[in-house]
Ligand binder design. Structure first.
Ligand code: MEV
Length: 297
């Protein structure tokens, strides 16, 4: 069974595209996939009821599937059945999770073995089709999981702590294109490099402090860093009224901190809770789309 995790960026999204570090976690919700020899190459995606045939000039999923299959020489036609348990376009790394699960499932069906790192690298090409210029954080966290500091082009640095993170993830119901949000930041960087570089540098400082806070188990400090990161992402015009309201609702319900996560412009927000019961209370305040993710570093 192939599995690709969803991911949540704790801090550092967008800056990570421009070479700064980010801290991300792999969550247990994601995509499972199974593959077997068949009459034709086919990717079946549930619960969307979507059948995808590989086409190098087609829609993104068709192109991505074509690129993935072209990596395997000497193979029979193959059918992949993937079950997606993540909202699409919500900043939880859905496209990367599908890519990782598909490669993993096809590897298994063909009796091939590769490391999780190799799986992450294979899924980068898949991500490029969806996001143009991805940092690589989504496919890497999807394949490797855990809590880690990621910087483009460098080995993933796992973070260790004796305290689990009690996260609440809330979906705004809006699914913007990550590629458009990344392009919007790139345009701002080009037209106002001083302001945007200052924002990236400030995020960099937050990420470094967050690493220390996670390692020390200081979740009060981590919560404050999440709030500050949200404010900087707002200044880059990535937050929406809905995301702001959800973050505020989470703080009012007792969260130690809250922020948008991923591409922004909609998508998801995260909140940090002191413990499991508190996370459930925050979840209730955010409504039925919210769920709890407990992550051990
Ligand atoms: C998307 O989940 C995170 C971004 O930083 C884009 C990327 O890292 O490729 C917005």
């Amino acid at each position: 069974m192939g599995f690709g995790r969803g991911k949540v960026i704790l801090l550092g999204e967008h800056a990570v595209v421009h070479g700064y570090p980010a801290i991300a976690v792999g969550i247990e919700r994601g995509v499972v996939a199974e593959a077997s020899p068949a009459d034709e190459d086919l990717l079946k995606l549930s619960p969307w009821n979507v059948d995808v045939r590989p086409d190098p000039t087609g829609e993104p999923l068709e192109r991505a599937f074509a690129v993935a299959l072209s990596a395997y020489s000497e193979r029979p036609p193959i059918e992949v059945r993937a079950q997606v348990d993540l909202p699409a376009g919500a900043g939880l790394g859905c496209s990367a999770a599908i890519g990782v699960a598909v490669f993993h499932a096809v590897d298994e069906a063909l009796g091939l073995e590769r490391s999780r790192e190799e799986l992450a690298a294979a899924a980068y090409g898949w991500e490029e089709i969806f996001h143009g210029n991805p940092s690589g954080v989504d496919n890497t966290m999807s394949a490797l999981g855990g809590v880690a500091l990621f910087r483009k082009g460098e080995p993933l640095q796992s973070l260790r702590s004796n305290k689990p993170l009690h996260l609440v993830i809330g979906y705004s119901g809006q699914s913007p294109s990550t590629q458009e949000m990344v392009s919007s930041v790139a345009r701002q960087l080009e037209s106002d490099p001083v302001r945007v570089n200052k924002a990236f540098e400030a995020i960099d400082v937050l990420v470094r402090n967050a690493k220390l806070a996670i390692e020390a188990g200081d979740h009060v400090a981590l919560g404050q860093l999440l709030d500050l990161n949200h404010a900087i992402l707002s200044s880059l015009m990535l937050c929406t009224t809905k995301l702001d309201a959800m973050c505020q609702a989470a703080r009012n319900a007792g969260a130690l901190g809250a922020k948008m996560t991923g591409g922004g412009g909609g998508g998801c927000m995260i909140a940090l809770a002191t413990k499991h019961d508190e996370a459930l209370r925050i979840c209730e305040a955010l409504g039925e789309s919210a769920f709890v993710a407990e992550v051990s570093a």
